[in-house]
Design a protein around this ligand. Structure first.
Ligand SMILES: [Zn+2]
Length: 283
């Protein structure tokens, strides 16, 4: 599709969806008229990380909407709609506090449950609502949540629940930039996860790793989380956790095959280990 046609479609889709989500929007203090093309400055922007569009508005209700046309071109109609829903939520809430994400969920529900036919028409293609839902569930990233109140995986879970997203498909930590090793020069041993005896943890426990205040075991530097090394001790041919079950369970959840661990000779009570672990030795 040529760029001009694509941009015209994006522009029209935006204005139509905007009017369905914000029927009470005021231009010059008047909400009796819908938003029209002449009220919107539509431009192109270059995507950075995961910001593929931008929305700003002036006190008189006029709007500036910018979109990365190459992202838009590659996206499915459902994903395009997800992006529009995100940007239209910014007309009500600036930045990305919890209220912003609630507004995005509200926009999705309004469009799907009250205006599905119109949306199909204005998006100029069959909208797969599952694509849109998937877009919204995976949309929160460390760069786009308010870290004073929540972390990205937690917001994803809240959106997944609000939109009845199948939890077996849910990947709360995808794209979260979680590193299982500190760069601080620890002495560590890379231990295969299958060889560690650890306690299984619930999703809530795993999310809790990011929520400790102060964060003692998960450190955030710029937009990457660093997991502090779990502590394990040898038990026969395997390793047993002394401290850090959650971080090991988190690494398993992330699909890691090994995890760097601090290997101690002491047990969880701080006593040197003796006896049974060595009983298999020939010496
Ligand atoms: Zn945003």
């Amino acid at each position: 599709m040529n760029t001009t046609k694509l941009r015209t479609e994006a522009f029209e889709s935006f204005i139509n969806c905007f009017n369905l989500c914000c029927p009470d929007w005021e231009i010059d203090g008047d909400s009796s008229q819908p938003l029209k093309e002449e009220h919107v400055k539509f431009t192109h922007c270059k995507a950075s990380s995961r910001f593929w569009a931008r929305l700003k508005w002036w006190p008189d209700g006029r709007i500036k909407f910018a979109i990365d046309s190459s992202w838009y071109e590659d996206a499915t109609p459902g994903e395009r709609l997800g992006l529009l829903i995100h940007e239209i939520a910014h007309a009500r809430v600036s930045n990305h506090p919890p209220e912003f994400w609630e507004q995005a969920v509200e926009n999705y529900k309004t469009l799907k449950h009250n205006h599905a036919r119109e949306v199909e028409r204005v998006m100029m293609g069959t909208v797969d609502w599952d694509d849109t839902r998937e877009f919204l569930v995976t949309d929160p990233l460390p760069v786009s949540v308010d870290h004073r109140s929540e972390v990205a995986c937690e917001r994803r879970l809240a959106i997944a629940k609000a939109l009845d997203y199948p939890l077996e498909r849910f990947e709360p930590f995808a794209n979260m930039r979680i590193k299982t090793r500190d760069v601080g020069g620890w002495n560590y041993t890379e231990v295969p996860l299958w060889n560690i005896i650890y306690e299984q943890k619930s999703l809530g426990d795993l999310i809790g790793c990011f929520h400790e205040k102060p964060r003692t075991h998960v450190e955030k530097r710029s937009n990457t989380f660093f997991i502090e090394l779990p502590v394990v001790k040898r038990r026969g041919d395997a390793y047993e956790v002394v401290e850090g079950d959650e971080r090991i369970a988190l690494a398993a959840h992330l699909g890691e095959r090994t995890i760097p661990c601090e290997v101690t000779e002491k047990d969880s009570a701080g006593n040197p280990r003796f006896g049974e672990e060595l009983s298999g030795s020939a010496d």
